[in-house]
Design a protein around this ligand. Structure first.
Ligand SMILES: [Zn+2]
Length: 420
């Protein structure tokens, strides 16, 4: 039997099922009806449609920050540890000379995401953007239209590009639209405010913030490598900006929106973490661990954010600063770098918190009745260690064997679902 979204009801038992809501279930069973989960239960002796004793099931992984347009790159741009503004120069020159069509790169990114068990992404889109490329791949997405501009004119042009996407009628169920004022060095605080004021209801916002030491210096003093870059690009004008700012100024503007994501937050201060904590019902941080490591930034304030109950999700960022789009590798790096954070918490960051920050917690992020049947099947060790969460990584990075979205296998390397 070849499964389709129309298949009425089927069930799957696995060696271990991680719902993320409660303790892992050895021999847990999922019952799927159409696109949704009908039941999630501990071991039962009923014979299921599929029985995978050597596999574990995770909720579909959520990669909360990507730029899929760079997914065709074999290796990241530049070199590890390079200055952030030099890396941006490399990205700009790559954009000028790139011959691979953007839609091809995005399609490659969608397929790679599915191979790594990712079922939803927070995608930053630069115009022109073809949403069809994303939705054809079945990947769930929150697509954030990128906004840039120091001048009012440039910014208005940038907003204009997303006009067709903001029409709610045009949106499919599998994706929703948001806006992303790019970063404090590419869009002014005033223009960021305009963007938020215009669409603050319902639309999620995402902004790269507190990402690099160069950005912090620019905000504070209006000088340094970012000032030099803006001068080089012919954007800098006298009185454009005189410094004296911090990421908190941007967070305060973003907090006017119904929901907002601080992307990276590598250099957030105690005061900013406090602010995010006060707004945690609608705000959160997306930590991109391997991209953070690529730039050799100082230690990420992840433990402080978690202590303040700020939701923290995980992202790969793009292949321009990361060798691949494997979210399990991000989870693994956090588990290894922050021994004080439990593997269970890190798995939640890569699933439920990601869904929450993308505004999709009602539909996905955990395995529970009525949620979408979005899940990831990984190889489960022969003799798993006692702590099931630790067992996920006991033999190194787990192998993703299948990815299911809305009850439909969208990646199935061993043909697990081809007979039932
Ligand atoms: Zn980014």
């Amino acid at each position: 039997m070849k499964l389709s979204v129309n298949a009425t009801m089927w069930s799957l038992r696995a060696g271990m099922v991680f719902t993320v809501d409660g303790p892992p279930m050895p021999g847990g069973t999922l019952r799927v009806r159409g696109e949704r989960l009908a039941q999630v239960s501990p071991y039962s002796s009923d014979s299921p449609t599929y029985d995978f004793p050597h596999m574990a099931i995770l909720p579909g992984l959520v990669n909360a920050h990507t730029h899929l347009e760079f997914s065709h790159l074999d290796v990241p741009l530049g070199q590890p540890g390079m200055g952030f503004t030099d890396w941006i120069r490399t990205v700009l020159s790559h954009r000028r000379t790139e011959s691979v069509p953007k839609s091809e790169a995005i399609a490659a990114g969608v397929q790679e995401s599915l191979r790594h068990g990712v079922t939803a992404v927070g995608e930053i889109a630069s115009p022109p953007y073809e949403i069809d490329t994303l939705s054809r791949g079945s990947l769930e997405a929150t697509v954030f239209g990128e906004l840039i501009g120091w001048s009012r004119e440039r910014f208005a042009e940038s907003m204009q590009a997303w006009e067709p996407f903001r029409d709610q009628d045009a949106q499919e169920e599998s994706w929703q639209f948001g806006l992303s004022p790019h970063a404090p060095y590419s869009v002014s605080l005033e223009n960021t405010l305009t963007a938020v004021e215009k669409h603050r209801k319902c639309m999620p916002y995402a902004m790269h913030l507190a990402e690099s030491a160069e950005e912090m210096r620019f905000l504070e003093t209006a000088s340094g490598p970012f000032r030099a870059l803006l001068e080089e690009l012919g954007i800098w004008r006298e009185n454009l900006f005189s410094g004296g700012r911090t990421p908190l100024d941007y967070l305060s503007v973003l907090a006017r929106a119904d929901r907002f994501l601080c992307i990276h937050g590598n250099f957030l201060s105690e005061e900013e973490i406090d602010f995010l904590s006060q707004h945690r019902e609608k705000a959160g941080v997306v930590f991109c661990p391997r991209t953070h490591a690529y730039f050799e930034h100082l230690r990420h304030p992840l433990p402080e954010l978690l202590r303040a109950h700020v939701p923290v999700a995980l992202g790969t960022d793009s292949r321009a600063s990361n060798p691949d789009l494997n979210l399990l590798a991000e989870i693994d790096l956090v588990v290894r770098s922050f021994p004080q954070v439990s593997p269970q918490t890190v798995l939640e960051m890569g699933t439920r918190t990601g869904a929450q920050l993308l505004g999709r917690e009602g539909q996905m992020g955990n395995l529970a009745p009525r949620k979408l049947a979005n899940f990831t099947v990984i190889r489960w060790p022969e003799s798993p260690s006692k702590d099931a969460h630790e067992a996920i990584f006991q033999d190194g990075l787990p192998e993703v064997v299948a990815t299911v979205i809305r009850g439909k296998p969208v990646f199935d390397v061993e043909g697990l679902f081809s007979d039932g």
